[in-house]
Write a protein that binds this ligand. Structure first.
Ligand code: NAP
Length: 289
């Protein structure tokens, strides 16, 4: 249903997310709630696109045309070759999670970093400027976090990762404020960001991304994982008195940036947040039954 509960019609604009797997995505709930709240005749769906077909998916966006496309694993880097241009952040990261039209050109954006900064500032009340930060992980989400924290004025950004070579690449995105570290960096950090899948519901590897015994009250732990609604590391860190949150706010705020790029309107963040948390809780409860 789109505006006022009406079914999609010939006038309805279509946006979508592409990925593989994709059926678990919360993006349809998030964006459809946003379109409905703003009274926009838009609808959002999810397409399962295997890795070799990403070029076909972009061609479909041009042909149909789709009005907006979200991009998730495994396409965030490979989609770049099929676009007409990149935002400065997407070019720096070599990764795209949102495609928007700029007149007749398809331009790739990366909104994960901005989503993290908005979640920290608006939801957690944490100001990254001048802060000592640690990012655990060095994949696409970690690199977006490192670049965004540095751009937001972090005093230093230490990358702790299993594979040292990837940690060096990620740390390089923060320039002379970026460095590779070990778990020894946790103790005097003001912010620790988990950007590994450890703790995620489903097929994620077991184990904790952070040894919470090294943390203390006053620190902020931001876990990019948001399913389950309270992840093991967040639960353990809270017991230590740490201000620990899961990453649903980042998901909402990165989507809010995509919404604005596509529609030119301010995103109804509260409606999006409610839709995401409600759906997440519903799935969690359904699994527990
Ligand atoms: P990715 O590119 O695959 O990177 C995963 C990172 O986790 C790598 O640095 C990897 O280390 C590390 N890792 C994986 N398994 C590990 C293990 N068993 N022990 C230690 N380190 C391990 O994934 P990504 O796209 O960056 O995403 C990372 C997580 O962030 C996912 O859970 C994703 O769902 C989440 N995420 C959340 C949001 C949000 O809005 N909240 C947005 C984006 C991503 P190596 O380098 O050594 O392989």
């Amino acid at each position: 249903m789109t505006v006022d509960g009406r079914l999609p019609a010939g006038t309805t604009a279509v946006a979508a997310v592409v990925g593989d797997p994709i059926r678990h995505s919360l993006s349809p709930e998030l964006f459809n709630a946003a379109f409905q709240r703003c009274g926009l005749d838009w609808v959002f769906t999810a397409f399962e696109v295997p890795a070799p077909r990403i070029g076909d998916a972009v061609a479909a966006m041009r042909a149909l045309p789709l009005r907006g496309l979200s991009v998730t694993m495994p396409h965030k880097a490979s989609v770049v070759a099929h676009l007409d241009g990149l935002s400065p952040v997407a070019a720096r990261l070599g990764a795209v999670n949102c495609i928007a039209w700029e007149s007749d050109r398809l331009v790739g954006h990366s909104t994960d970093g901005a989503g993290l900064i908005d979640a920290l500032r608006l939801d957690v009340g944490f100001e990254p400027e001048g802060a000592r930060c640690v990012v655990v992980g060095a994949g696409g989400a970690a690199r977006a976090a490192v670049a965004a924290l540095a751009d937001a004025g972090a005093r230093r950004v230490v990358v702790v990762n299993r594979t040292a070579a990837r940690a060096r690449v990620a740390a390089g995105l923060a320039g002379d404020r970026g460095m590779v570290g070990t778990s020894g960096a946790f103790a005097d950090a003001e912010l620790i960001v988990n950007a590994t899948p450890l703790g995620m519901h489903g097929s994620a590897p077991a184990g904790m991304p952070v040894d919470v015994a090294l943390l203390s009250p006053g620190q902020v732990l931001f876990d990019m994982v948001y399913d389950p609604p309270v992840t093991p590391v967040v639960a353990a860190a809270r017991e230590q008195g740490v201000d620990a949150v899961v990453g649903i706010g980042m998901l909402v705020h990165q989507a809010a940036h995509a919404f604005s790029l596509w529609t030119g309107e301010a995103a109804p963040v509260e409606a999006m947040s409610l839709a995401a948390t409600t759906e997440l809780a519903r799935r969690h409860d359904a699994r527990a039954e």
